[in-house]
Design a binder for this molecule. Sequence first.
Ligand code: NAP
Length: 510
Amino acid sequence: MALLCVPLVGASVDQMLQDRDKAKEGGADLVEFRVDYLKSFQPRQDLGVLLRDKKLPAIVTYRPKWDGGYAEVDDQTRLDALRAAIELGADYVDVEFKVAEDFIKSISGKKSEKQKVIVSSHNFEHTPPVEELTDIAAKVQATGADIVKVVTAAKDITDVSRLFRVLAHCQVPIIGLATGDRGVISRVLPSKFGGYLTYAALAAGKESADGQPTLKDMLNVYNFRQVGRETQIFGIIGKPVYHSKGPVLYNKAFSSVGLDAVYVHYLVDDLPHFVDVYSTPDFAGFSCTIPHKEIMCECCDEVDPVAKSIGAVNAIIRRNGKLYGYNTDYIGAISAIEDALRAANIQGNVPGGSPLAGKLFLVMGAGGAGKSLAYGAKQKGARIVVANRTYERAKQLAEAVGGQVIPLSELENFHPEDGMILANTTPVGMTPKTGVSLMPKHCMKRFTLVFDAIYTPIDTKLLVDAKDSGCIAVSGVEMFLRQAKGQYELYTDGAPAPVEVMREAVLSKK
Ligand code: NAP
């Protein structure tokens, strides 16, 4: 199991010690004193204080400006400080590849068995091909490193797969991390692929590198402690994706039933390439969100007939090496809307049938969620109207469901009857650009029920306006929970989803 290290980036020794205590309370295994962040640094004196009452094992790192750090002193001074750190009992020192060989020779016989030297190689531009990465790891190891560290920049999430391959084959303990928001899985999955440790920020804003999750997120969102070599990996593919509560929800659900599985965020630019690269059985299933649900239909080996007719896949499971695509969105959204209408005693025009039967159902958006809502409502006997930014797309969807199309600019004037249902399936109003809505507030009274697919925030402007106007408001959270239940059951071959655990997870702040 990989270790969880919190880098301490305070500007003073006192700050670092306070943060060290918080890191311990928060569940870190070790800390890294990044002494190059200190405003003033008196090596012997300050290291003496930092390493005196060690509450957690400690790495000392004095990163120079020439290798991505803040230290502006010459290398001799820096390396003297690291030698002092060893003398003063540091558990690890981290030294740059370029100067490592001489440094390691200089401490020969002067460190205990337990003290380890981490030798770091950084590539701030990109992630080289796997042969080159293997060569770098071998050269780093040849300096005499106890622990090899290879850090690269992830330009695409598939870059991380090359690091995973290097981790799996290295002969000595290795840390392999990719920076940036496309490299996050390298930070959360080292236990699966054989990484020695990973870094997590004490809090947002205290990162020592781009893309570092917080300690809290590592433990509570990504279930870091539950991940091992046998763990199955699930995750949500999207762009943007980090707003998704999928990881909180599924990870809480998996641990509540003791399932050896983890669920991560995948920030994906090129979906076919992603699916091609992450094609081993370890990557057992995916969820899919904006903007990839439609292209996902083409990336699966087989697509369920309903998903095929909707033209959007949001749940993917790997069975015997093949990807099977499903759509759980439409059941989730439509059942949430039907239940809300029934709770308000609103009937459809077919006795004993769906409360949506005969209703005029206005869908804003014609992407994956829009299609699911339009097809689902159509199936229940509703009359569909589609409005979308790209008119041509709205037209295609309206034709496919035998509905009508209107331009977005006509939304305000669209009032053929009262008692309509409105469904927003665009990201307009979603975090971070909240407080906006495609439907003006003064139009709300035309609708009996307003649904918003967005679930971050829970109270979108559209739903607040709807409630203020006396409409029934149905939140995307309901759709999210119901579609997630469907996905969970696919992932687990039909095991019942722990729905209450899932609800609690989605409604929690994180
Ligand atoms: P998608 O396939 O990318 O479709 C997005 C749709 O929104 C497209 O029709 C697009 O119009 C339209 N759109 C995007 N930006 C717009 C803007 N600024 N103004 C007007 N229209 C805009 O995405 P999706 O997967 O359907 O997801 C859409 C939303 O639903 C997201 O907020 C997502 O989080 C949410 N969602 C929620 C759940 C849930 O479980 N609650 C499930 C699925 C999706 P064009 O055709 O012109 O590009």
